[in-house]
Every structure is written in structure tokens, then in C-alpha cells.
Design a protein around this ligand. Structure first.
Ligand SMILES: Cc1cc2nc3c(=O)[nH]c(=O)nc-3n(C[C@H](O)[C@H](O)[C@H](O)COP(=O)(O)OP(=O)(O)OC[C@H]3O[C@@H](n4cnc5c(N)ncnc54)[C@H](O)[C@@H]3O)c2cc1C
Length: 524
């Protein structure tokens, strides 16, 4: 997947997608499978928006059951099961505990009913109730006071930005084109008002192009109303920020994900083991529109989350100083009212206007369903009729076709296949044995660094360390202690001179400091 130059690209397309988050990438991937000649344009890096800052769950959303959103939960459970099957090594089952405490609301009886409904939707009995002693044996640091036991159940988890990148890679392999750092400035229409294409510009080189297509998909997440204002509808966009804290697994040792009710407001808050660290979140608060380009955790959210982690795991005496990093993402919700943020619908929102189809909201989990909904609306605009088959597996290439004989563990091989698809074979093939080791404290191997730098359209160091790999979030100080080795592996394949490397490193450290550190505190 090499960087395309906008002015070298064909001018005419069947479809143009604006936005390289999960929705844009999911639509791109499904469209290219159908032979639709598709161009995807992303103004920053792929997955730079909300899709690299989620809770990383592929889940039914147990809490949505309590809100009576049975349809959304059922669709999400079905897609969870399909993704686990279709994308091993990228989407993996995750065991959860939902502890039950004395005087808690909802209590054991209500939660038990929810668990049964959750199992029914998956057509599989997956939950079991543990007594307090048995639960504490599995999760010894949980608060024992008033503990009545807890439900064990399954959801799944993903590396969100790697899912986006895999979809884009596969879409490019199917014949599509995807350009990052390419902003759509304007949507063009003909005299009848029908969509005719877009004006796009490479935001760094200034290379500009007019592209033509009879259908344009606006999948720009929090930026959605900038290209397609909501004038004339009853809706307004709400931006809801969710923030997470990241701890080392020594600081917060859990062997399952744990979902507890926050003592302050009774919201479900998750403790999630992920990529060798443990995430704790999320908040759900109004976010200022002026800040959508740069979401970060606030002091108030930090206090709320620390209060939660201390209440659930009191014997660990965790403080904000233990936090490795933080991250914050913005949810786009279309609302007619000013409800409690957590009560707002997580369904996706679609609008069409003479060839312009805007889609936003929804969940990472249901990205395929959303992609099919969009393509059904786009169908009449093509000169041929692409047949959408919702029964196909996600990725067409067979995992078993890749033979990897490297001495790596089965887990690592699966992980590489899940993240890089067929590229996994090249990754191993191009690698020196010393780079097959894990980066300490992570499941990532050193060899992934030169591979993503060379083949995955990374323009900046931050693209490599925050989205293609997640070292910026999972390593203390954004991985600054490993910078020498990172440089040795990446600089030669990127072709950057020393001055460029220094500049990239400084920019990266500034981003980490500004958006991924704890408020009011330097990096660990
Ligand atoms: C805190 C939080 C936790 C979440 N956790 C989960 C979870 O665990 N599981 C789950 O299923 N869902 C979760 N979600 C929901 C899910 O993450 C989002 O619904 C999803 O990531 C949104 O994807 P998107 O593609 O619509 O938007 P984005 O990922 O924001 O992508 C939009 C892209 O459009 C680009 N863009 C904007 N304007 C232009 C332009 N003019 N030209 C070109 N490109 C442009 C942006 O740069 C951006 O990259 C969570 C959401 C939040 C906020």
C-alpha cells in the first residue's frame, strides 16, 4: 500500500468516500469487493479520528439492553460473532466479569435476565454466575466489601486502528485507492443539484485535484455536518467525549475485563486488558465543537476515573501517578433533545441528498451492517447494479494459505495474520531473527516497525507509533526509552535524514504530551 499522488490519480470514479475511520474504511472494503471503482480520501491519517480512540470492544453492548435497545444489541451480537470468526488474530473473544454488590441497582435478578437475553441473541449459553469466593479467586483485587458474586460472560476486543488499516489494505488489494492527508474541501454538484464529485487537496504538499463521481459518501464522523449541514432537519449534532486511562498490567492486574457501576453516577465503566496494558474508561460528556480536532482528557474526567478505579480495586491503592497514558475520542450523535449523554442512541444516522450520502454515529462493532446500508442507498447511482451479499465472510483471503515458519509462537503468528493479512508473510520474510522478539511489555514484535513504515502509507512518526502500532499509548512516555531502536529500524526504510528524524520525533512527543498524557502531569 504505497502513497498515491493525487494529481497522478484517475479523475473519474464510481464512488468517492470522504473519511478514513471505521465507517469510511468499511464502506471502501465492501465496495471494492463488489467491483465498484472507489476512491477514499482522508484529511489526516487513516483512523486518526474516533476510530483509534474507542474502548476497543466488539460487543453487543450489554448496557444497551437496560435502555431497551434490543435491535441494536441483537445486531451488534450477531456482528460480534461474525467478526470473531472472520478476523481471528484481530478480533478476539474477551471474558468479562460483571460483579454484583449488595444494594446495587440493577441487581442480580435484573442482570441475570439481561445475561439470558444476551445469550439468546448469540444463540449460545455463555454466561455463568460465580459466588463471591470463586470470583475473588479469579480477580483477587476486586473490592470484596458487599460482594455477592458476579456474572462471567463473553464479548470481544479489537485493535481499532489496525482493523481500519486492514480494511483499507484489503480494499486497495481489491483495486480501490486510498489517500491519507487528502482533505475534501468541497462537494461539487451539477446544474440539477446532483452530486458530481469533490475538490481535494493534499494538506501537506498542496497537490490539488478535482475528482468526479456520481455518488459521494460523507463518512467524516465528528466533522460530518461541515460537508453536509443539518439545515432543514429537526436534528443537531452532539459531540460526546469519552476518555480512558491506561495502566500497566502490574499496576492493575486483572485477568478478565471487568464491568462495574461507577459509585458517582451508576454508569457502567470498564477495566479492559488490551495489548499488554489495562484500559479504564470511559467517560461520556459533552465535547466542545471547537475542540474536535484535538480531544483530550480533562482534569474532571481524570478525577472521576481515578475515583472509579480506587472504588473497584481499593487494595491496589492506585493513584493518578500510576497512569501510563490517556486517550480521548469523540462520539457523534444526532439528537433532537438534550438527554443525558449515555441515554443518547448509538444507532447510525443516514441522510441522502442527490448523490451525497452522509453516515455517522453507530458503533465500530456494526461497521459492516452500516457499510451495507450505505451501499444499498448508493446502488441506484452506479451504471451497473452491484449485488450486495451480506452472507460473505469479511476477508476473502484464506488465513490457512499463509505458511509462516519462523519459530514465532502460534499466538504471534495469528496476531500478525489478523493485523496484516497476506502481508504477514512478507513481514516475516523481510525480517532479521533478532527483530522477531517482542517489544518489552507488549505483544508487538520489533519487525512490525520497519514493515509498517515501508508498506503502510505512514507519513509521520506519529502515524507509525500511534495508529499502525500502539506504542504511543501502551508504553510509558510514548516509548521514548526505545527511540534509538525505533529509529534504527524505521529511519532507513523511510529515507528520512537526521534533521527530519529529529523533527518527527519532536512533533510526536508534542502530540503525546498534548493529547495522550495525564492532565497537569508530565509523562512517566
Ligand atoms: C470513547 C469512545 C469509545 C467507544 N468505544 C467503542 C467500542 O468499544 N466499541 C464500538 O463498537 N464502538 C465504540 N465507539 C464508537 C466508535 O468508536 C465510533 O462510532 C467510530 O469509531 C466512528 O467512526 P467514524 O468512521 O464514523 O468516525 P472517525 O473515526 O472519526 O473517522 C472520520 C474521519 O473523517 C476524516 N475527515 C473529516 N473531514 C474530512 C474531510 N473534509 N476530508 C477528508 N477526511 C475527513 C477525519 O479525519 C476522520 O479520520 C466508541 C466511541 C467513543 C467516542
Amino acid at each position: 500500500m504505497l502513497q498515491p499522488k493525487l494529481s497522478d490519480l484517475p479523475k473519474k470514479w464510481d464512488m468517492i468516500i470522504i473519511g478514513g475511520g471505521i465507517l469510511g474504511a468499511g464502506i471502501f472494503h465492501e465496495a471494492t469487493k463488489l467491483g465498484i471503482k472507489t476512491l477514499l480520501l482522508e484529511q489526516n491519517d487513516f483512523a486518526w479520528g474516533t476510530s483509534s480512540r474507542s474502548s476497543k470492544l466488539v460487543h453487543g453492548g450489554f448496557r444497551y439492553l437496560g435502555q431497551g435497545r434490543l435491535g441494536l444489541t441483537r445486531t451488534s451480537v450477531v456482528h460480534r460473532q461474525r467478526l470473531i470468526k472472520d478476523a481471528p488474530g484481530l478480533v478476539e473473544p474477551l471474558g468479562f466479569f460483571l460483579p454484583v454488590y449488595k444494594n446495587q441497582h440493577p441487581g442480580k435478578w435484573m442482570l441475570g435476565l439481561g445475561m439470558m437475553a444476551y445469550d439468546l441473541m448469540a444463540l449460545k449459553k455463555q454466561h455463568r454466575f460465580y459466588g463471591p469466593q470463586e470470583l475473588l479467586k479469579s480477580e483477587p483485587y476486586l473490592c470484596p466489601e458487599g460482594l455477592l458474586g458476579g456474572f462471567h460472560f463473553y464479548d470481544a476486543q479489537v485493535d481499532d486502528s489496525r482493523l481500519v488499516l486492514r480494511l483499507i489494505q484489503e480494499g486497495v488489494a481489491n483495486g480501490g485507492t486510498a489517500a491519507n492527508y487528502s482533505k475534501v474541501k468541497n462537494i461539487n454538484r451539477d446544474r440539477q443539484g446532483d452530486v458530481a464529485g469533490v475538490d481535494a487537496e493534499d494538506v501537506e504538499t498542496g497537490d490539488a485535484m478535482i475528482f468526479f463521481a456520481p455518488v459521494v459518501i460523507n463518512a467524516t464522523g465528528p466533522w460530518t455536518d461541515q460537508l453536509h449541514p443539518l439545515d432543514g432537519t429537526d436534528f443537531h449534532v452532539r459531540f460526546l467525549r469519552g476518555s480512558h486511562l491506561v495502566f500497566s498490567s502490574e499496576t492493575l492486574p486483572v485477568s478478565h475485563a471487568v464491568s462495574c457501576l461507577h459509585p458517582e453516577d451508576g454508569r457502567f465503566v470498564f477495566t479492559i486488558p488490551w495489548e499488554g496494558v489495562v484500559l479504564f474508561g470511559t467517560t461520556d460528556l459533552e465535547h466542545e465543537k471547537a475542540m474536535i480536532d484535538s480531544p483530550k482528557i480533562t482534569e474532571k474526567e481524570m478525577s472521576y476515573l481515578i475515583e472509579g478505579v480506587q472504588a473497584f480495586f481499593p487494595s491496589l491503592s492506585i493513584t493518578r501517578r500510576d497512569c501510563i497514558s490517556t486517550f480521548a475520542g469523540v462520539r457523534t450523535v444526532f439528537s433532537k433533545s438534550k438527554k443525558d449523554p449515555s441515554a443518547e442512541s448509538r444507532e447510525h444516522f443516514l441522510r441522502t441528498d442527490k448523490g451525497l450520502i452522509s453516515v455517522a454515529g453507530g458503533k465500530l462493532t456494526t461497521f459492516r451492517k452500516i457499510a451495507w446500508d450505505v451501499l444499498k442507498l448508493a446502488q441506484p447511482h452506479f451504471s451497473f447494479y452491484p449485488r450486495i451479499d451480506t452472507r460473505t465472510t469479511l476477508f476473502s483471503n484464506s488465513f490457512n494459505a499463509i505458511s509462516l515458519n519462523s519459530g514465532l509462537s502460534e499466538n504471534t503468528v495469528n496476531r500478525l495474520k489478523g493485523r496484516y493479512g497476506k502481508g504477514a508473510e512478507r513481514l516475516i520474510h523481510d525480517t532479521l531473527p533478532k527483530d522477531l522478539d517482542h517489544i518489552p511489555g507488549t505483544p508487538t514484535i520489533w519487525a512490525e516497525l520497519p514493515y509498517v513504515a515501508k508498506y503502510e502509507q505512514a507519513r509521520h512518526l506519529a502515524d507509525i507509533l500511534l495508529r499502525r502500532l500502539r506504542m504511543g499509548v501502551i508504553l510509558p512516555g510514548g516509548g521514548k526509552n526505545h527511540m534509538q531502536r525505533i529509529r534504527g529500524l524505521c529511519q532507513p526504510v523511510l529515507g528520512w535524514d537526521d534533521a527530519r528524524w529529529e523533527q518527527e520525533k519532536n512533533n510526536y512527543m508534542n502530540i503525546i504530551q498534548r493529547n495522550y498524557a495525564s492532565p497537569g502531569k508530565g509523562l512517566l
